[in-house]
Write a protein that binds this ligand. Structure first.
Ligand SMILES: [Mg+2]
Length: 125
């Protein structure tokens, strides 16, 4: 079971992921936990429930703590976590920041879910 936290201020993302990963969730391969701000994500990471998370998928453009700030904090405080960044805009500067701060992957919306699944399963192999 791969435990993943998705952080995105757009709440529709939860139903989209539940639909796209229905089979993987039903088969017990992947478990998603959803947070809708960087602040809530960081709060959750300080709880015991977060101990077995392996991957964070984070939106970049969010009010409050942005995805790039969240990434920087994650790589400082939770260096064992893999982080994939997701953005609605093809923005070279943000891409370079994400790579500089250590993001493992970078996806542009609309997400290619087949590619995302491949990358998710490749981190545990
Ligand atoms: Mg957003």
């Amino acid at each position: 079971m791969i435990r993943i936290m998705v952080v995105d201020d757009e709440r529709d993302v939860e139903s989209l992921f539940r639909q796209k990963f229905r089979k993987e969730m039903r088969d017990g391969l992947i478990d998603f936990h959803f947070k809708f701000s960087g602040e809530d994500a960081l709060e959750y990471l300080d709880t015991a429930n977060a101990a077995d998370l392996v991957l964070i998928l984070s939106d970049i453009n969010m009010p409050g703590i942005t995805g790039i700030e969240l990434l920087r904090i994650l790589k400082e405080k939770y260096a064992h976590l893999k982080v994939f960044m997701i953005t609605a805009y093809d923005d070279k500067e943000k891409y370079e920041k994400a790579i500089q701060y250590g993001a493992e992957e970078y996806f542009i919306k609309p997400i290619d879910f087949e590619m995302l699944k491949k990358e998710i399963f490749s981190i545990i192999n």
